[in-house]
Write a protein that binds this ligand. Sequence first.
Ligand code: TNX
Length: 526
Amino acid sequence: MKRFSIFSLMLLLSALLAGCMEEPKLHIIPQPAEMKASSGHFEVTAQTPLVVESGSRNPAERLVEELLPYWGVAMPIAEQGQGILLRVDESIGHKEGYKLEVGRKGILLTGGSDAGLYYGLQSLRQLIIAHNGKIPCGEIADQPHFAYRGAHLDVCRHFFTVEEVKRYIDILAAHKLNRFHWHLTDDQGWRIEIKAFPELTEKGAMRKQTVIGHCHDPKGYDGIPHGGYYTQEEIRDVVEYAAARYITIIPEIEMPGHAQAALHALPQLGCREQQVEVWGMWGVTPEVMCAGKESTYDFLEQVLTEVVELFPGELIHIGGDECPKDRWKECPHCQGRMRELGLENESQLQGYLVARIEKFLNGYGRHIIGWDDILEGGVTPTATVMSWQGSKGGIHAAKQGNNAIMAPMEYCYFDFYQTKSREGEGLGIGGWVSFDKVYGWDPYEGLNTEERKHIIGMQCNLWSEYITTADHLYQMLLPRLAALCEVQWAYDRRDPATVRERMETQRRFYEANNWPYAPYYFEGRL
Ligand code: TNX
């Protein structure tokens, strides 16, 4: 009996010891570069002060705001004392990098800049929620792989309010993204106030009706007007909101195609100067801006002058995709311009338009991004190419020395279905982009070391033809954005073996934030 009890005591002891020694799991998405957990913990509560030793108060203020729904009260921010110490130290070696050290008596967060502090706090926020505030002791050293970590949103096909856009930005920031590509103009609506041309939003922001069903199999029109736009004041507010979360907004003004809403407002922008509708159909329309008339360039320059005033970021997206040349072929202005410039075809005319606009924006210290279609007309070495028709455009650009952003449809189109069976997903545009597909994607495929330097990053594109509500929008974004952010931030350290388990924690994080997400991945549906 005695022997037995000593034996069982030993068993119990060794089990307890093993339990103590087992490293507590730190689930952070995207996966940090280095993580070491040790024994013990520090408990963060709603009363734990955020002590801003150096750097701006902004990162701490954001965390307080972000955790308000979780704690129910605001955590205090102090300039000295114990708690969570925030310090900026350039010796971290990367502006967006950070080091998070958790000891039994407190936490020290060091950031390469305020942005680094913000990302460290995003990691801490995940740990607070995952561990009910009891943060395991240990050390995290982290920094991003890609400089450009973006997500796009189409507010033209369906309009989303300022509040909805801000929530979208919140979600991006929590995944450590730093670029928001705001698709502001298209055939179905012009969504940005331009003071020089009030018609654009007075007339071009509202369509009379929208096609019912898929555009390949239309079931008539709904007869319901749809529209909306952002005033310049609202735009400034969103730009500031994003900047406070270390996100730069890249506005997109589509030209010369995808511009039927502008042509409705200002028919003189077209080759034929005929009245056209704000389009109620999806797809590609032949109604594009005239590239021959000088007045088109005047228009674009005036619009862009206001755009650069509103958006301080270096990059401006000028669209350039899907521009049919039917009207140009029959237009005396376009044909005249081609003769005058000695151009052989209409693609070169588009190349001329893009290069001219690029030069104009360069004058403001800005650079352009264009969809990969712009490669057809030839691009200058300073244009950044956004590869959407597969990766080939990005590869082509990188090989010729242009910078590229990868957003190939088969991995980055978050308007595509999330499951193969499509069961329960509702109507979508088509395609299939599952969580696992995004997670396993190698954006560098087909490129040598030298060429890889030109891939500045990647982004998902969320086109809204079939997305009519904000809840549906967030469900298209989540959880796939978690997979994408691991490619963007943690390219070299993705861990397919643990991602499912980590995603269970991430799912609880989404729930704690009240963010709608799609259930399919968690149900094991591929
Ligand atoms: C292609 S991607 C488009 C968009 C559509 C999208 C739908 C690109 C540059 N053009 O106008 O909304 O497909 O997936």
